[in-house]
Design a protein. Sequence first.
Length: 251
Amino acid sequence: MIPLYALVLIGVAVGALTGITGSSGVLIVVPALSYLGLSFKDSIGSSLLVDVITTTSVIYVYFTHRNVDVKKAVLIGLGAVLGAQVGSAIAFRAPVRALEIAFSTFTAYMAYVSFRRSKSPSLNVRSLGLGRAAYVLAPALSFVVGLVTGTLGASGGIMFIAIMMLLFSMEVKRMIGTATLAMFMSAASGAEAYIADGMSDVMASVIIGVVAMLSGIYFARLANRMKSSTIYKFLGSVFVLTTISELVKII
């Protein structure tokens, strides 16, 4: 039985991460629940359900600041929904050790990307200028994000941002709001698959999610007043800490 206070602390941390960066709570939930006794796969399933709950308040705040592009979010999210179903089927059959190594590699790379972007704010608004072709590539790329959602529990917030950076010209706060809505769709698809297979702690997820939803409102409002470079530095730091904690556990 995981102590209530531990679940509340995890929830506050997840609310801060999702509210400020639009990133999945997987960076906090999976390592924390794994250390507290859940299996790695159950932690992934629980993390996805937490993301479903948490993102509702964050999406609301970004909506009120007019920082959500619904059309692009749905376009990207639909590809991820299908990818999450395929990815979860792969995860159910994959060795836990392989998933943990893949998770650590992913967080280490994203730490590098985040710190690099913090030094080049102009990267936030550049795209490849593909015109209508971007609307064809978006769901295809998001399918790959969905695969990561299903296998590693990362609902794709930062990866959706990367897709929008490549294909569309958007300001970083609008990208975060749009990515969070797409992440909600991706997480819901992945969570359904894990819950159906009995790989999640629903009660722990609900407690963490509700706390994160409430704290996420505060941190999302804070993020809408922060500089883009500060947001990326915060995210990079979280990726570094997560990578270290996972490597210590693997070693």
